[in-house]
Design a binder for this molecule. Sequence first.
Ligand code: FE2
Length: 396
Amino acid sequence: MTTASTTSPALSADPLQLIDVDHVRFYVGNAKQAAYFYAHTFGFRIDQIADLTTGSRTEADYLLTQGNIRLLLTTPLNDTHPAAEEIKLYGDGIKEVALTVDDAEAAYNQAIANGGESAQAPRTIEDDKGTVTVASIRAYGRMIHTFVSRTGEYAHENMRNGGMFMPNFKKHESPLNDYNEKHPCGLMYVDHLVGNVEEGKMNEWVKWYEDVMGFAMFKHFDDADISTEYSALMSKVMASGNNLIKMPINEPAEGLKKSQIQEYLEWHNMTPGVQHLAFRTDDELATVAELRRRGVDFLDMPDTYYDLVWDRVNTMLKEHGHDIVREDHERVKELGVLVDADDEGYLLQLFTKPLQDRPTFFIEIICRRGSQSFGKGNFKALFESLELEQERRGNL
Ligand code: FE2
């Protein structure tokens, strides 16, 4: 499997049937430089640009691609653009998770009928090659979800196979793109995307995703409420109808030390937003080795983690009749990769440090070998490591 995208349904009865994660948009202070960062450190292709040279007078947009991942970096070109205010409040971070649907206007109307609040009414951008229709609703905090439907050369299949993203974009060539083609990082698609909301608000947003978006709570063995003295967070996982995208929602909880969720909120103007984006790979060790070589700053795990992990994980796997972790155990330790298991199998994962100076947004690299959970067994280990980082920042 190389993609999380479902096959395009012939006009499904449910307007909220999702086809793909169309793109994830960041608001950043300087898209030209941020594009270089993500291209260099994570191996993204800087594929297309819309800026002054293509007639975009109010913002510059850089489309970065890898596998079936599309990141859109947006920078305001004047102080009245809404992104200017958001960058002042939150620094760089995720503004929008856009979802491909058959009919963006129908999806938007359904979401509004379900109780959603409009962020932007439907509008169609077109040229002689085709159309892109977008319509947005407000989710938690600063976050919006945009429904996107596409026709002509901009149709979903064309776009995801390297075709043009939208009218007014131009293709971009650079030596860095050529380099990345020769040195792939192996990122395939967005596995999940985690939101941080205020204390006591998690269940409200769980209900919102159920009512407005038609999502359901993702149930499995590793389940639902996670609240430990170590993790100091509560989390519930919401999944779209076809499991195309999973969106865990965190709120801070009473813990031994200040919650990482609380720290995020304090540096994000007490406004909910995306805490991390998890990219899926089929080869965790190759991906993490390449990202480390490129200078990605991952969280450090305490050495003691590897004294305990194999017994914990391999015992669980054997109990449920699975083979033990097939990756070289020594290499896993060398690369500082985390491992967790449940009744269905195991997963390998690793988290970066925050990717901007504010301790807010970070990225996870995840590889699943049967497990559909999120690494609950690593929460304690992760928390201890995060705590060390918080202490270094003087925020504990
Ligand atoms: Fe995650």
